[in-house]
Design a binder for this molecule. Structure first.
Ligand SMILES: [Zn+2]
Length: 287
């Protein structure tokens, strides 16, 4: 069944799943990750969906600082990507692809940044101190411990799932705020690439625009500047080299929190993935 057909039937499948005899998806939860693997995960196109900024939770032993909560950081885009997990779940369901997503806030530890990044555990949001990260600011050991316990397991899980399912193309799902520190973003969709085929990404972006969306390539930031770190790791870990691919979707968060908008978005996107599946290849230079 093509992804487009799966999308058309996914709502019905969700509704009848409890009465169905088909196997339930496998789930696995660990330190800062949750994985959902449908029983048909090893499809011809072998997609893997990831969502690095899915949630604003914290480990049980950690609490938001009072100042963080009074400023509302824990519920703003600073802490997570509103709407991203909903779209990631729906995309993975339509593709019958595995999904790996984070459980904890990007303010606690940002799994979409290299460990050397100054925003791995951000200390400032809009010029205001992040109380949550006061300890890692003064103690390198505290930051190392956070990386060991809550950062590395997320990346290890992506690679484990990639090897288990044979996934060849990662799709990382994120959302962005319409107004970032005074910078207004008037478009809806960013399609990001770093090492993927630029022409294909541009074709996908054109298709979104032809379907009535407002989409741009490598906006509101470029995938070539390290902002798709997590799925870049997925491609860099390919063996033999060059056999994996990745794109990142950045969706404006007001749109991505609208279920009807997400359904229209998937209807526009999935024909590309269907084309890749029919060719038995990833959406890459091989498409
Ligand atoms: Zn994000």
């Amino acid at each position: 069944m093509t992804p487009a057909r799966r999308l058309a039937t996914s709502a019905a499948r969700r509704g009848s799943r409890s009465a169905s005899t088909s196997a339930a998806p496998k789930t696995r939860e660990g330190p800062n990750f949750k994985t959902v693997i449908p029983h048909q995960a090893k499809g011809p196109a072998n997609f893997l969906v990831t969502c690095e900024h899915a949630a604003n939770g914290l480990p049980a032993e950690i609490a938001w600082g009072a100042a963080d909560e009074s400023r509302g950081l824990s519920t703003q885009h600073w802490a997570y990507d509103p709407g991203a997990l909903d779209l990631a779940v729906e995309l993975a369901d339509a593709l019958q692809a595995p999904l790996v997503h984070s459980l904890y806030s990007r303010l606690f530890v940002d799994v979409n940044r290299p460990v050397s990044s100054s925003t791995l555990a951000r200390t400032l949001c809009d010029q205001q101190a992040v109380e949550l990260n006061r300890d890692v600011q003064v103690s390198p050991q505290a930051l190392e411990e956070r990386i060991r316990r809550y950062y590395l397991p997320y990346h290890g899980e992506i690679e484990r799932v990639a090897q288990e399912t044979g996934a060849k193309t990662a799709i990382s799902v994120h959302t962005f705020t319409p107004n970032y520190e005074g910078s207004v973003r008037d478009f809806e969709i960013g399609v990001l690439y770093s090492t993927s085929n630029q022409t294909l990404v541009e074709m996908m972006t054109d298709a979104f625009n032809a379907s009535g969306f407002s989409a741009k390539v490598n906006e509101p930031w470029s995938g070539r500047h390290g902002f798709m770190f997590s799925v870049d790791c997925f491609t860099y870990n390919a063996s033999p080299p060059g056999t994996r691919d990745a794109i990142m979707l950045e969706i404006r968060n007001d749109k991505c929190q609208d279920a009807a908008w997400r359904a229209r978005f998937l209807e526009a996107m999935l024909p590309f993935l269907t084309k890749a599946e029919e060719k038995g290849s990833a959406p890459s230079p091989r498409l």
